[in-house]
Design a protein around this ligand. Structure first.
Ligand code: XIL
Length: 342
């Protein structure tokens, strides 16, 4: 029993002790200036590879001007047990961005996934759910007030048919859970641009229609929404042209909101071999998105969901990122930089 208690205490301590992502002076000097590209180019970052894998850190520092947290700001990571916050990993990523002069995107405040058990397992009535959301948003957005350029306030609220996904928040509050999250985020960090982030809405689809309709309803209710995040988890077998991107940006721009591509990766299905032609296709898909973004005033930037293939959430076998497993620059790396050259 005592041994168990000691182990638990040690674990607790290791998760609450400050974490640092050390960047040598030589490397830090090679970090691009924040506004050196036509649009910020971002990467989702995890602390462990940034600390333990030199090519990952090198590409992150030198190849990107914006950063987001891949998992460290999700509810289950920040507050696994009620009231016991674990900030070190999220703090380390924000400190890294600040130290290197990179833009920081916050991801994500309210989502029905990666929730801690204590949130998932309880039954919330309307008043309880509203308090739960407000407390969480105030705690997290408040902690980083003034340091986050954009927050993904609500993540993935829709089903593929464009309707609201039923979850614990809608069960208690209906669509109003979204209004509450944005309202509290605006209070907690008035200078952050507030985004709603969604998947599968990059091209005309029932989901895109549902997203447009949702934005209109939010605007009618006076909800302080500034932008739409389009995740864009893409695939070489289904390229999206610059022209198609421009149409999408126009559709959201007409609603008066900004647009950011927030989680781009471009899968090469494992059964397809890595050939120069296929890598060029991947590069073109990245570059077409970037070119469309820079041509559109309301497009605020392009964030990739990872840095090197080795640590991609989609596994290295799918080769989705511009940098290979050992940080080798694939054609996509060059194509992206050229597309975003000032
Ligand atoms: C993913 C992370 O990359 C994984 O490490 C984690 O296991 C699951 O979540 N949409 C999102 C991101 O909004 O937060 C998800 O990130 C990928 C899909």
């Amino acid at each position: 029993m005592i041994a168990l208690a000691v182990v638990a205490a040690l674990q607790e301590a290791s998760q609450t002790r400050p974490v640092d992502i050390p960047v040598g002076a030589d490397l830090a000097e090679r970090a691009p200036q924040r506004d050196s590209l036509a649009r910020p180019l971002g990467a989702a970052v995890a602390v462990a590879p940034a600390r333990e894998n030199a090519p990952y850190l090198r590409r992150l520092v030198t190849g990107f001007t914006s950063v987001t947290a891949e998992n460290a700001m999700k509810w289950e990571a920040l507050e696994p047990r009620e009231g016991r916050f674990r900030w070190p990993q999220a703090d380390a990523i924000v400190d890294l961005a600040d130290g290197l002069g990179k833009r920081m995107r916050g991801h994500t405040l309210i989502w029905d996934q990666q929730l801690p058990g204590w949130v998932r397992e309880r039954e919330w009535d309307a008043a309880g759910a509203e308090r739960l959301i407000r407390d969480h948003v105030r705690r997290v957005a408040g902690r980083y007030r003034g340091r986050i350029a954009q927050w993904d306030v609500v993540n993935e609220p829709l089903d593929p048919d464009g309707s609201l996904t039923p979850n614990l928040f809608t069960a208690a509050l209906g669509e109003r859970y979204i209004d509450i999250a944005f309202d509290e985020a605006r209070r907690a960090d008035p200078d952050a641009r507030l985004f709603l982030n969604e998947l599968g809405s990059e091209r005309p689809s029932p989901m895109q229609d549902g997203l447009v309709a949702l934005v209109k309803r939010l605007e009618r209710r006076g909800v302080p929404i500034d932008g739409i995040g389009l995740q864009n988890h893409a695939n070489v077998t289904n390229p999206q042209s610059t022209r198609q991107w421009l149409a999408t940006f126009e559709r959201f721009g007409d609603l008066g909101v900004d647009v950011e591509i927030t989680e781009m990766d471009v899968v090469i299905p494992p059964k397809l071999r890595t050939t120069p032609a296929r890598l060029r296709t991947q590069a073109k898909i990245y570059a077409d998105a970037a070119r469309a973004c820079r041509r559109t005033p309301v497009c605020t930037g392009l964030t990739l969901w990872g840095v090197t293939d080795r640590f991609s959430w989609l596994t290295p076998q799918r080769r989705p990122l511009p940098y290979g497993v050992d940080g080798d620059a694939k054609p996509a790396a060059r194509a992206l930089m050229r597309a975003l050259e000032p």
